[in-house]
Design a protein around this ligand. Structure first.
Ligand SMILES: Nc1ncnc2c1ncn2[C@@H]1O[C@H](COP(=O)(O)OP(=O)(O)OP(=O)(O)O)[C@@H](O)[C@H]1O
Length: 274
C-alpha cells in the first residue's frame, strides 16, 4: 500500500525570484482521500505537479513508498480538469493508451480497460469517440484511464471544475465509490468548498504567499457516503453545514485573488484583498 510523504517542501519557478510554496509537510496513505483547497494562486497545482514529478522542489523531499519522486511515472496516476483525452480515438483506446505505451498486448490491455470502464459506469461506451461524450462521461474516462495503469496514488487537478452542478455531484459520488473499491490514496485539488468537505478524509487548506498549509482537518463525510449514507442526508447534516461554514471563513481569512464558494452559500467572486 502506497505512502506519500512530503517534508518541508518549497517550490520556486525559474526566474520568479520568490517561492510559490513554502514548508509543505504531509503524508498520504491507504484509506485517505486528501483534498487540497485554497484560493487561486495559493499553489495547489504546483503542489500536485511536484507530486506528479512534473516539477522539482527547490527545497525539501518528496517520497513515495520511501523512494524519492524523481519524475513522472506510472506510480502517479493523474486526472486533469479537461481530461486530456485523445478526442479522435475511441473510449477504449484512450483508457488503454498508457498500457499500449508500456507494450501490453492488445487483448490484455483491452480487457483491463473494459474492466475499468465498467468500474466508472461506462459499460457500452467503449467504441464511442471522445467527442461523442458529455463532460461528465469524459471525466469518467479520465478516471478509468488513470486507474488502468494501476498507479499507487491518484492525483486529480480540479477534475470536476468544468462540470455543471448536477453532473459534478454525480461524478463526486462516483469518485468516492471508486476510491473505496480501489483502496488507492487520492489527492484532489479544488477550490469548491462543498466538494472539499464532502470528499475529504483529510483536508488541507493552503493560503498566503508563498502558499503554506494554514489548516488541516480530518473529516468523515466521504467515508460515510462510501459506507452507504445518502449524499443528500450528509450534506444537510448540521455537522456538514457547520464544517462548510468553518472552512469558508478560513478561506476568506486568506489573502486571495479569486475564490468561488458553493451555490448554497451564494456564488461569490472576490477581488484582491491584500
Ligand atoms: N510555470 C510557471 N512559471 C512561473 N510562475 C508560475 C508558473 N505556474 C504557476 N506560477 C505561479 O505560481 C503561483 C501558484 O500557482 P498555482 O497554479 O500552483 O496556483 P493554484 O492555487 O493552482 O491556482 P488556481 O486555483 O488559479 O489554479 C502563482 O502565483 C502562479 O502565478
Amino acid at each position: 500500500m502506497a505512502y506519500l510523504e512530503l517534508q518541508h517542501v518549497a517550490a520556486r519557478y525559474p526566474g520568479s525570484g520568490h517561492d510559490v510554496l513554502a514548508d509543505i509537510s504531509l503524508t498520504l496513505g491507504p484509506g485517505q482521500l486528501l483534498v487540497v483547497l485554497g484560493p487561486s494562486g495559493s499553489g495547489k497545482t504546483t503542489l500536485l505537479n511536484l507530486i506528479a514529478g512534473f516539477e522539482a522542489p527547490s527545497r525539501g523531499s518528496l517520497t513515495l513508498d520511501g523512494e524519492p519522486i524523481a519524475g513522472p511515472g506510472a506510480a502517479q496516476g493523474v486526472v486533469f480538469q479537461e481530461g486530456a483525452l485523445l478526442p479522435w480515438q475511441t473510449v477504449l483506446d484512450n483508457v488503454a493508451f498508457g498500457l499500449q505505451l508500456r507494450g501490453v498486448p492488445r487483448s490484455e490491455r483491452e480487457g483491463i480497460a473494459l474492466c475499468h470502464l465498467a468500474q466508472v459506469g461506462l459499460d457500452g461506451f467503449a467504441r464511442r469517440r471522445i467527442w461523442q461524450l458529455s463532460g461528465g462521461q469524459r471525466q469518467r474516462v479520465g478516471i478509468a484511464r488513470a486507474l488502468a495503469a494501476d498507479p499507487r496514488i491518484l492525483l486529480m487537478d480540479e477534475p470536476f471544475g468544468a462540470l455543471d452542478a448536477m453532473t459534478r455531484e454525480q461524478v463526486q459520488e462516483l469518485l468516492l465509490a471508486v476510491w473505496h473499491q480501489a483502496s488507492k490514496p487520492v489527492l484532489l485539488i479544488t477550490h469548491d468548498i462543498e466538494e472539499a468537505v464532502f470528499l475529504a478524509t483529510d483536508l488541507i487548506l493552503l493560503g498566503g504567499q508563498p502558499g503554506r498549509i494554514v489548516e488541516r482537518l480530518q473529516l468523515d463525510f466521504g467515508r460515510r457516503y462510501a459506507a452507504g449514507e445518502p449524499a443528500r442526508a450528509l450534506k444537510s447534516d448540521p455537522a456538514f453545514i457547520a464544517m462548510r461554514e468553518h472552512v469558508l471563513a478560513h478561506v476568506f481569512a486568506q489573502p486571495v485573488s479569486a475564490v468561488s464558494v458553493p451555490a448554497t452559500s451564494g456564488m461569490v467572486e472576490t477581488g484582491v484583498r491584500q
